[in-house]
Design a protein. Structure first.
Length: 346
Protein backbone atom coordinates (compact mmCIF):
# COMPACT_ATOMS: atom_id res chain seq x y z
CA UNK A 1 0.00 0.00 0.00
CA UNK A 2 1.17 3.52 -0.70
CA UNK A 3 0.83 6.77 1.13
CA UNK A 4 -2.39 8.57 0.36
CA UNK A 5 -2.07 11.45 -2.14
CA UNK A 6 -4.53 14.36 -2.06
CA UNK A 7 -7.98 13.13 -2.90
CA UNK A 8 -10.32 14.77 -5.40
CA UNK A 9 -13.46 16.59 -4.34
CA UNK A 10 -15.32 14.93 -1.42
CA UNK A 11 -18.19 13.78 -3.62
CA UNK A 12 -15.83 11.70 -5.75
CA UNK A 13 -13.51 10.52 -3.00
CA UNK A 14 -12.66 6.82 -2.98
CA UNK A 15 -14.30 5.81 -6.26
CA UNK A 16 -11.42 3.71 -7.54
CA UNK A 17 -13.64 0.76 -8.53
CA UNK A 18 -16.84 2.69 -9.08
CA UNK A 19 -18.40 3.62 -12.40
CA UNK A 20 -21.62 5.49 -13.11
CA UNK A 21 -23.27 2.32 -14.37
CA UNK A 22 -22.72 0.69 -10.96
CA UNK A 23 -25.03 3.25 -9.43
CA UNK A 24 -28.07 2.20 -11.45
CA UNK A 25 -29.00 -0.27 -8.72
CA UNK A 26 -28.97 2.50 -6.13
CA UNK A 27 -30.16 6.04 -6.66
CA UNK A 28 -29.68 7.80 -9.96
CA UNK A 29 -30.20 11.22 -11.46
CA UNK A 30 -32.38 10.81 -14.49
CA UNK A 31 -31.75 14.53 -14.89
CA UNK A 32 -31.77 14.82 -18.64
CA UNK A 33 -34.44 16.88 -20.35
CA UNK A 34 -36.86 14.74 -22.30
CA UNK A 35 -37.46 17.56 -24.80
CA UNK A 36 -35.45 20.72 -25.47
CA UNK A 37 -38.08 23.09 -24.08
CA UNK A 38 -41.74 23.39 -23.15
CA UNK A 39 -44.02 23.96 -26.17
CA UNK A 40 -46.08 27.15 -26.35
CA UNK A 41 -49.66 27.25 -25.08
CA UNK A 42 -49.00 24.71 -22.33
CA UNK A 43 -49.52 25.02 -18.57
CA UNK A 44 -47.23 23.77 -15.77
CA UNK A 45 -48.15 21.10 -13.26
CA UNK A 46 -46.75 18.65 -10.72
CA UNK A 47 -47.31 14.88 -10.97
CA UNK A 48 -48.82 13.63 -7.71
CA UNK A 49 -49.71 10.05 -8.70
CA UNK A 50 -48.80 7.75 -11.55
CA UNK A 51 -50.32 4.50 -12.74
CA UNK A 52 -49.29 3.01 -16.06
CA UNK A 53 -50.32 5.35 -18.86
CA UNK A 54 -52.24 7.71 -16.58
CA UNK A 55 -50.87 10.45 -14.33
CA UNK A 56 -52.61 12.68 -11.80
CA UNK A 57 -51.28 16.23 -12.10
CA UNK A 58 -51.89 19.26 -9.88
CA UNK A 59 -52.10 22.40 -12.02
CA UNK A 60 -51.93 26.10 -11.31
CA UNK A 61 -53.25 27.06 -7.89
CA UNK A 62 -52.78 23.49 -6.58
CA UNK A 63 -56.53 22.81 -6.34
CA UNK A 64 -56.95 22.03 -10.04
CA UNK A 65 -56.31 18.31 -10.66
CA UNK A 66 -56.28 16.66 -14.09
CA UNK A 67 -55.68 13.15 -15.39
CA UNK A 68 -52.99 13.22 -18.08
CA UNK A 69 -51.40 10.91 -20.63
CA UNK A 70 -48.09 11.26 -22.46
CA UNK A 71 -47.75 12.75 -25.92
CA UNK A 72 -46.85 9.89 -28.28
CA UNK A 73 -43.44 11.24 -29.23
CA UNK A 74 -42.38 11.20 -25.58
CA UNK A 75 -43.24 7.50 -25.36
CA UNK A 76 -40.98 6.72 -28.31
CA UNK A 77 -37.85 8.37 -26.93
CA UNK A 78 -34.92 6.24 -25.82
CA UNK A 79 -34.44 6.49 -22.07
CA UNK A 80 -32.62 5.07 -19.07
CA UNK A 81 -35.26 6.15 -16.56
CA UNK A 82 -39.04 6.47 -16.20
CA UNK A 83 -40.37 9.12 -18.58
CA UNK A 84 -42.78 10.48 -15.98
CA UNK A 85 -42.63 9.91 -12.22
CA UNK A 86 -44.34 11.23 -9.13
CA UNK A 87 -42.77 14.60 -8.31
CA UNK A 88 -41.99 15.54 -11.91
CA UNK A 89 -42.68 19.06 -13.08
CA UNK A 90 -44.54 18.78 -16.41
CA UNK A 91 -46.15 21.00 -19.05
CA UNK A 92 -49.63 20.13 -20.31
CA UNK A 93 -52.11 20.77 -23.05
CA UNK A 94 -55.55 20.91 -21.45
CA UNK A 95 -58.42 18.81 -22.84
CA UNK A 96 -62.12 18.74 -21.95
CA UNK A 97 -63.41 16.78 -18.93
CA UNK A 98 -60.42 17.41 -16.64
CA UNK A 99 -58.01 15.56 -18.91
CA UNK A 100 -54.71 16.66 -20.41
CA UNK A 101 -51.70 15.60 -22.48
CA UNK A 102 -48.16 15.85 -21.08
CA UNK A 103 -46.03 17.62 -23.69
CA UNK A 104 -42.80 18.13 -21.78
CA UNK A 105 -41.07 16.89 -18.61
CA UNK A 106 -38.63 19.27 -16.94
CA UNK A 107 -35.12 18.01 -16.09
CA UNK A 108 -34.96 16.46 -12.63
CA UNK A 109 -32.76 17.92 -9.92
CA UNK A 110 -32.41 14.52 -8.21
CA UNK A 111 -34.35 11.31 -7.67
CA UNK A 112 -35.03 8.53 -5.24
CA UNK A 113 -35.11 5.43 -7.40
CA UNK A 114 -34.30 1.80 -8.02
CA UNK A 115 -33.72 -0.40 -11.02
CA UNK A 116 -36.91 -1.57 -12.70
CA UNK A 117 -37.62 -5.18 -11.80
CA UNK A 118 -37.45 -6.60 -15.31
CA UNK A 119 -35.04 -4.21 -17.08
CA UNK A 120 -31.70 -3.73 -15.41
CA UNK A 121 -30.72 -0.76 -17.52
CA UNK A 122 -33.82 1.35 -16.82
CA UNK A 123 -34.13 3.16 -13.52
CA UNK A 124 -37.49 3.03 -11.76
CA UNK A 125 -38.06 6.37 -10.06
CA UNK A 126 -39.82 6.32 -6.70
CA UNK A 127 -39.86 10.11 -6.33
CA UNK A 128 -38.54 12.87 -8.59
CA UNK A 129 -37.18 16.19 -7.33
CA UNK A 130 -37.31 15.69 -3.55
CA UNK A 131 -36.01 18.65 -1.56
CA UNK A 132 -35.43 16.43 1.47
CA UNK A 133 -36.12 12.97 2.83
CA UNK A 134 -37.69 12.26 6.23
CA UNK A 135 -36.84 8.84 7.68
CA UNK A 136 -39.52 7.70 10.12
CA UNK A 137 -38.79 5.34 13.02
CA UNK A 138 -40.82 4.67 16.18
CA UNK A 139 -39.43 5.13 19.67
CA UNK A 140 -41.26 1.90 20.60
CA UNK A 141 -43.58 -0.68 19.07
CA UNK A 142 -41.53 -1.57 17.08
CA UNK A 143 -38.17 -0.91 18.70
CA UNK A 144 -35.96 1.25 16.45
CA UNK A 145 -33.61 -0.66 14.15
CA UNK A 146 -30.70 1.76 13.86
CA UNK A 147 -28.72 -0.34 11.38
CA UNK A 148 -31.70 -0.17 9.04
CA UNK A 149 -31.84 3.59 9.58
CA UNK A 150 -28.20 3.86 8.53
CA UNK A 151 -28.93 1.95 5.33
CA UNK A 152 -31.71 4.43 4.52
CA UNK A 153 -29.32 7.30 5.24
CA UNK A 154 -26.63 5.89 2.93
CA UNK A 155 -29.00 5.87 -0.03
CA UNK A 156 -30.02 9.48 0.52
CA UNK A 157 -26.41 10.58 1.03
CA UNK A 158 -25.36 9.02 -2.27
CA UNK A 159 -27.87 11.26 -4.03
CA UNK A 160 -27.02 14.26 -1.80
CA UNK A 161 -30.58 14.64 -0.56
CA UNK A 162 -30.92 16.56 2.74
CA UNK A 163 -31.96 14.25 5.58
CA UNK A 164 -34.25 14.63 8.59
CA UNK A 165 -35.27 11.97 11.10
CA UNK A 166 -38.77 11.64 12.56
CA UNK A 167 -39.18 9.65 15.78
CA UNK A 168 -42.85 8.75 16.29
CA UNK A 169 -45.02 7.39 19.13
CA UNK A 170 -43.49 9.61 21.79
CA UNK A 171 -46.78 9.28 23.70
CA UNK A 172 -45.68 5.73 24.61
CA UNK A 173 -42.81 7.12 26.70
CA UNK A 174 -43.48 8.24 30.27
CA UNK A 175 -42.14 11.68 31.25
CA UNK A 176 -39.41 10.20 33.44
CA UNK A 177 -38.28 7.98 30.54
CA UNK A 178 -38.02 10.73 27.93
CA UNK A 179 -34.31 11.40 28.32
CA UNK A 180 -33.09 7.77 28.10
CA UNK A 181 -35.51 7.11 25.23
CA UNK A 182 -34.21 10.04 23.21
CA UNK A 183 -30.66 8.90 23.94
CA UNK A 184 -31.26 6.05 21.45
CA UNK A 185 -31.04 8.64 18.66
CA UNK A 186 -28.42 10.85 20.32
CA UNK A 187 -25.60 9.89 17.93
CA UNK A 188 -27.77 10.54 14.88
CA UNK A 189 -28.95 13.83 16.40
CA UNK A 190 -25.32 15.01 16.33
CA UNK A 191 -25.47 14.80 12.53
CA UNK A 192 -29.10 15.22 11.39
CA UNK A 193 -32.17 17.19 12.52
CA UNK A 194 -34.41 14.92 14.62
CA UNK A 195 -38.13 15.56 15.17
CA UNK A 196 -39.75 13.76 18.13
CA UNK A 197 -43.50 13.58 17.49
CA UNK A 198 -46.77 12.01 18.57
CA UNK A 199 -49.87 11.88 16.39
CA UNK A 200 -51.87 11.16 19.57
CA UNK A 201 -50.86 14.20 21.64
CA UNK A 202 -49.64 16.44 18.81
CA UNK A 203 -46.18 16.69 20.36
CA UNK A 204 -43.63 18.04 17.90
CA UNK A 205 -46.08 18.42 15.02
CA UNK A 206 -45.80 22.20 14.77
CA UNK A 207 -42.02 22.05 14.39
CA UNK A 208 -42.32 19.20 11.88
CA UNK A 209 -44.82 21.15 9.77
CA UNK A 210 -42.40 24.10 9.76
CA UNK A 211 -39.62 21.81 8.47
CA UNK A 212 -41.92 20.55 5.69
CA UNK A 213 -43.24 23.96 4.62
CA UNK A 214 -42.69 24.90 0.98
CA UNK A 215 -40.75 21.73 0.14
CA UNK A 216 -41.18 18.34 -1.51
CA UNK A 217 -40.40 15.80 1.20
CA UNK A 218 -40.09 12.04 0.88
CA UNK A 219 -41.37 10.04 3.85
CA UNK A 220 -39.78 6.61 4.32
CA UNK A 221 -39.40 4.02 7.04
CA UNK A 222 -40.20 0.45 8.09
CA UNK A 223 -43.69 -0.92 8.61
CA UNK A 224 -45.58 -0.18 11.80
CA UNK A 225 -43.85 3.06 12.75
CA UNK A 226 -46.89 5.26 12.17
CA UNK A 227 -46.27 6.73 8.70
CA UNK A 228 -49.95 6.40 7.78
CA UNK A 229 -51.08 8.13 10.97
CA UNK A 230 -48.57 10.88 10.31
CA UNK A 231 -49.80 11.37 6.74
CA UNK A 232 -53.43 11.35 7.82
CA UNK A 233 -52.71 14.06 10.38
CA UNK A 234 -50.77 16.16 7.87
CA UNK A 235 -53.29 15.57 5.06
CA UNK A 236 -56.72 14.66 6.51
CA UNK A 237 -58.35 14.60 3.06
CA UNK A 238 -55.67 12.35 1.62
CA UNK A 239 -57.40 9.11 2.61
CA UNK A 240 -59.76 9.39 -0.34
CA UNK A 241 -58.57 7.19 -3.20
CA UNK A 242 -58.94 8.35 -6.80
CA UNK A 243 -59.72 5.79 -9.47
CA UNK A 244 -58.34 6.31 -12.96
CA UNK A 245 -60.70 5.06 -15.67
CA UNK A 246 -59.61 4.09 -19.15
CA UNK A 247 -60.74 6.88 -21.43
CA UNK A 248 -60.67 4.46 -24.34
CA UNK A 249 -63.09 1.85 -22.96
CA UNK A 250 -64.64 3.29 -19.84
CA UNK A 251 -63.63 0.07 -18.10
CA UNK A 252 -60.69 -1.18 -16.11
CA UNK A 253 -60.70 1.08 -13.07
CA UNK A 254 -57.42 1.09 -11.20
CA UNK A 255 -56.70 2.64 -7.85
CA UNK A 256 -53.26 4.20 -8.07
CA UNK A 257 -50.42 2.37 -6.38
CA UNK A 258 -46.83 3.29 -5.62
CA UNK A 259 -45.64 6.66 -4.37
CA UNK A 260 -48.20 9.38 -3.83
CA UNK A 261 -47.47 13.07 -3.44
CA UNK A 262 -49.77 14.62 -0.82
CA UNK A 263 -50.47 18.27 -1.64
CA UNK A 264 -50.59 20.18 1.66
CA UNK A 265 -50.93 23.58 -0.05
CA UNK A 266 -48.63 26.60 -0.33
CA UNK A 267 -46.05 24.61 -2.24
CA UNK A 268 -45.74 21.90 0.41
CA UNK A 269 -45.82 18.28 -0.74
CA UNK A 270 -45.18 15.10 1.24
CA UNK A 271 -44.67 11.76 -0.51
CA UNK A 272 -45.09 8.29 0.88
CA UNK A 273 -42.46 6.10 -0.76
CA UNK A 274 -43.27 2.39 -1.02
CA UNK A 275 -40.27 0.54 -2.36
CA UNK A 276 -37.61 2.33 -0.30
CA UNK A 277 -37.09 -0.78 1.83
CA UNK A 278 -36.25 -2.76 -1.32
CA UNK A 279 -33.44 -0.47 -2.44
CA UNK A 280 -31.82 -0.53 1.00
CA UNK A 281 -31.06 -4.20 0.34
CA UNK A 282 -28.96 -3.41 -2.75
CA UNK A 283 -25.18 -3.65 -2.38
CA UNK A 284 -23.31 -0.37 -1.89
CA UNK A 285 -20.10 0.17 -3.90
CA UNK A 286 -17.16 0.03 -1.46
CA UNK A 287 -15.68 3.20 -2.95
CA UNK A 288 -18.81 5.12 -2.00
CA UNK A 289 -19.53 3.69 1.44
CA UNK A 290 -17.20 5.81 3.57
CA UNK A 291 -18.24 9.02 1.76
CA UNK A 292 -21.90 8.23 2.51
CA UNK A 293 -21.16 8.60 6.24
CA UNK A 294 -20.99 12.37 6.19
CA UNK A 295 -19.20 12.68 9.54
CA UNK A 296 -16.28 10.75 7.96
CA UNK A 297 -15.72 13.28 5.19
CA UNK A 298 -13.48 15.79 7.03
CA UNK A 299 -11.04 12.95 7.77
CA UNK A 300 -11.00 10.97 4.51
CA UNK A 301 -7.92 12.78 3.14
CA UNK A 302 -5.98 12.21 6.34
CA UNK A 303 -5.59 8.41 6.33
CA UNK A 304 -2.00 7.21 5.78
CA UNK A 305 -3.04 4.69 3.13
CA UNK A 306 -4.90 5.67 -0.01
CA UNK A 307 -6.97 2.46 0.01
CA UNK A 308 -7.66 2.52 3.74
CA UNK A 309 -10.75 0.52 4.64
CA UNK A 310 -10.96 2.25 8.06
CA UNK A 311 -11.27 -1.17 9.68
CA UNK A 312 -7.78 -2.48 10.53
CA UNK A 313 -5.09 -0.27 8.95
CA UNK A 314 -2.62 1.69 11.13
CA UNK A 315 -2.70 5.49 11.09
CA UNK A 316 -6.36 5.56 10.08
CA UNK A 317 -7.79 9.05 10.57
CA UNK A 318 -11.33 7.71 10.82
CA UNK A 319 -10.54 5.36 13.70
CA UNK A 320 -8.58 8.09 15.44
CA UNK A 321 -11.61 10.38 15.10
CA UNK A 322 -13.78 7.69 16.69
CA UNK A 323 -11.41 7.47 19.66
CA UNK A 324 -11.63 11.25 20.08
CA UNK A 325 -15.44 11.04 19.80
CA UNK A 326 -15.37 13.28 16.72
CA UNK A 327 -17.27 10.44 15.02
CA UNK A 328 -20.01 8.63 16.99
CA UNK A 329 -18.88 5.09 17.79
CA UNK A 330 -22.28 3.59 16.96
CA UNK A 331 -22.15 5.07 13.47
CA UNK A 332 -18.62 3.77 12.95
CA UNK A 333 -19.73 0.29 14.05
CA UNK A 334 -22.56 0.49 11.53
CA UNK A 335 -20.03 1.36 8.83
CA UNK A 336 -17.81 -1.58 9.79
CA UNK A 337 -20.72 -4.03 9.73
CA UNK A 338 -21.42 -2.97 6.16
CA UNK A 339 -17.79 -2.72 5.08
CA UNK A 340 -16.74 -6.20 6.17
CA UNK A 341 -20.03 -7.89 5.30
CA UNK A 342 -21.22 -9.22 1.96
CA UNK A 343 -23.42 -6.16 1.43
CA UNK A 344 -20.64 -4.05 -0.11
CA UNK A 345 -19.44 -4.39 -3.71
CA UNK A 346 -15.63 -4.42 -3.98
Amino acid sequence: MERCPPLPSPHRARQRNFSRSDATNLIQGGRQALQPQAPPDTVPGRVTRSHGLWHEVVVGDETDVVIATLRGQLKRQRRSTDIVAVGDRVWLTRLPDAEAVIEYVEPRTRTLGRTARNTRDVEQVILANPDQVMFVFAIRQPEPHLRMLDRFIILAELQEIPIHLIVTKMDLVAPEEQQPARALFADHARIFPVHYVSTVTGEGMEDLEAALAGKISALAGPSGVGKSSLLNLLDPEGRREINIVSAATGKGKHTTVGARLHNLGDGTFVADTPGMRAITMVAVPAGQLDWSFREFRPFLRQCFYHDCSHVHEPDCAIRQAVERDDIPRSRYESYVSLRIGDEVMD
